[in-house]
Design a protein around this ligand. Structure first.
Ligand code: ADP
Ligand code: MG
Length: 353
C-alpha cells in the first residue's frame, strides 16, 4: 500500500524483503530478495535509492544505523532501536512522562515472583523482542499460569505488565514532517479478538482525542522520527488513558484512511520522507469501519464480495492462507456506523469455529 502510494506520486520503488513470495514485489519496479541484515543487499538498495524507508520494526537496528550514516533514511534508526524492544519502549514512555501500565523486567524465570509481588494478578507476560498480533504473550491469571509463563521467560527475556480491565482501545496515527511539522489523523477505536485487530471505527466513540494528542506530543519530543507512526492506547473501566505501544510505521488501524480521509496514512508518509510539506490537517471525509480479513474470514466471506461494492475490499496477495493470518481488509464508509457495525458483525459470524 505504501509502494502504491509512492507510485501514484511518480516515484519508482525498490523493495527488499526476505520472503521470495512477498506480495510487494508485484507492485514495485525492482525486488531485492535478501535478509534484513544482509549488508551487501542493503548497500545495493542504498546505492540505487534517493530515499529509504521501512514499514516493519523487526529489522536489524544495527544495520539500519549503518544505512543511516551513508544514505537518506529520514525515519532514522533511533525509533527502531528503542521500540523494537518492549523494555526500552516502556522506559522511553516513562521518560516521556506518559501514563503506562505498571510493569517489571523479567530476565530469568524466578523474576516472576517479583511480578506477583509488585503488580499482582492478573498480569501479562510479553517477550521483549519480536512479538506481534499477540504472539509471545501469556496472560497470568493466577498461580496455575505461572509455569507456562516461566517457560517463556526461560527462552526469551520478557516484561510483565498489569492486565488492565479494558473499556476500549484506541489509537492515534500521526505523520511528522522533516521540519517537525505534525499532522494528526482522527482518533481510531479498535476492537481486538484473540489479540489480533478485528475492527477499527472512526471517529472513535470516546472523548479522548485531545488527551491522546497530548500523549503523542510528549513521545515525539523524546524520539527523533520522520514519517507516519501510530500510538496504541488502552482506556480502562475507570476511563483512564494508558499508552500501550508505538508502531514507528503506518499501522493496521490506519488503513481506513485510504478511502475515508483526504490523505491516506501512506500518502502522508511518502510526503514526509520525500521532504514535502504535509497537509495542515487530515480530514475525515466520512465515518468508517475497517474490518481485517484473516484467512478464516476470507473462507466465509470471499463469495460475498461481488454482492457488496460498498465494502472496499483490499486483498494483499499473500500466497499462503492461514486461519489467523491477515490476508486483507475491507473498509465501509457510512453515516450510520451503528447499523453498519451490526450488519458487518452478522457477516463475520461463524469465524469462531
Ligand atoms: P502486539 O500488538 O504487539 O501483539 P499488544 O501489547 O498491543 O501486542 O497486545 C495485543 C492486544 O492484547 C492489545 O491490543 C490488547 O487487546 C491485549 N492486551 C495486551 N496487553 C494488555 C494489558 N496489559 N491489559 C489488557 N489487554 C492487553
Ligand atoms: Mg499492539
Amino acid at each position: 500500500m505504501m509502494a502504491q502510494s509512492a507510485q501514484k506520486m511518480g516515484y519508482k520503488v525498490i523493495v527488499l524483503d526476505p520472503d521470495a513470495d512477498c506480495p510487494c514485489q508485484h507492485v514495485a519496479h525492482q525486488f531485492i530478495n535478501a535478509n534484513y541484515d544482509d549488508l551487501a543487499a542493503l548497500e545495493s538498495l542504498g546505492e540505487a535509492s534517493d530515499v529509504i524507508t521501512y514499514e516493519f520494526e523487526n529489522i536489524s537496528a544495527n544495520q539500519l544505523q549503518t544505512l543511516v550514516s551513508k544514505y537518506n533514511v529520514p525515519q532514522g534508526y533511533e525509533a527502531i532501536q528503542l521500540l523494537q524492544d518492549r523494555l526500552t519502549e516502556k522506559e522511553t514512555l516513562q521518560k516521556a512522562n506518559t501514563q503506562i501500565a505498571p510493569f517489571v523486567q523479567l530476565t530469568e524465570k524466578n523474576d516472576i515472583t517479583q511480578a506477583v509481588a509488585e503488580i499482582g494478578y492478573p498480569f501479562i507476560v510479553k517477550t521483549r523482542f519480536g512479538g506481534y498480533d499477540g504472539k509471545g504473550q501469556i496472560l497470568v491469571r493466577d498461580e496455575m499460569d505461572l509455569e507456562e509463563a516461566q517457560e517463556l521467560i526461560s527462552n526469551q527475556e520478557c516484561v510483565a505488565e498489569k492486565y488492565l480491565d479494558l473499556y476500549k482501545e484506541v489509537s492515534l496515527t500521526v505523520t511528522i514532517g522533516n521540519d517537525n511539522q505534525i499532522t494528526y489523523f482522527p482518533l481510531q477505536e479498535n476492537e481486538h479478538q484473540n489479540q489480533i485487530l478485528f475492527k477499527t471505527i472512526v471517529p472513535a466513540r470516546v472523548d479522548k482525542e485531545q488527551e491522546a494528542r497530548n500523549e503523542v506530543n510528549k513521545i515525539i519530543e523524546k524520539i527523533h522520527f520522520v514519517g507516519t507512526f501510530t500510538v496504541e492506547f488502552f482506556i480502562d473501566t475507570d476511563n483512564k488513558l494508558y499508552v500501550n505501544e508505538i508502531a514507528p510505521r503506518p499501522h493496521n488501524s490506519g488503513h481506513y484512511s485510504i478511502e475515508a480521509c483526504d490523505y491516506s496514512q501512506f500518502d502522508s508518509h511518502i510526503l514526509a520522507i520525500t521532504g514535502q510539506k504535509l497537509p495542515e490537517s487530515i480530514e475525515l471525509l466520512k465515518p468508517a469501519i475497517m474490518m481485517n480479513l484473516l484467512g478464516r474470514d476470507l473462507d466465509i466471506l470471499e463469495d460475498q464480495f461481488s454482492e457488496h461494492p460498498e465494502w472496499h475490499v483490499h486483498i494483499y496477495g499473500k500466497n499462503v492462507r492461514k486461519p489467523d493470518r491477515k490476508m486483507g481488509h475491507l473498509t465501509v464508509l457510512t453515516d450510520d456506523i451503528e447499523q453498519q457495525e451490526v450488519d458487518l458483525l452478522h457477516k463475520f459470524e461463524g469465524r469462531h469455529h
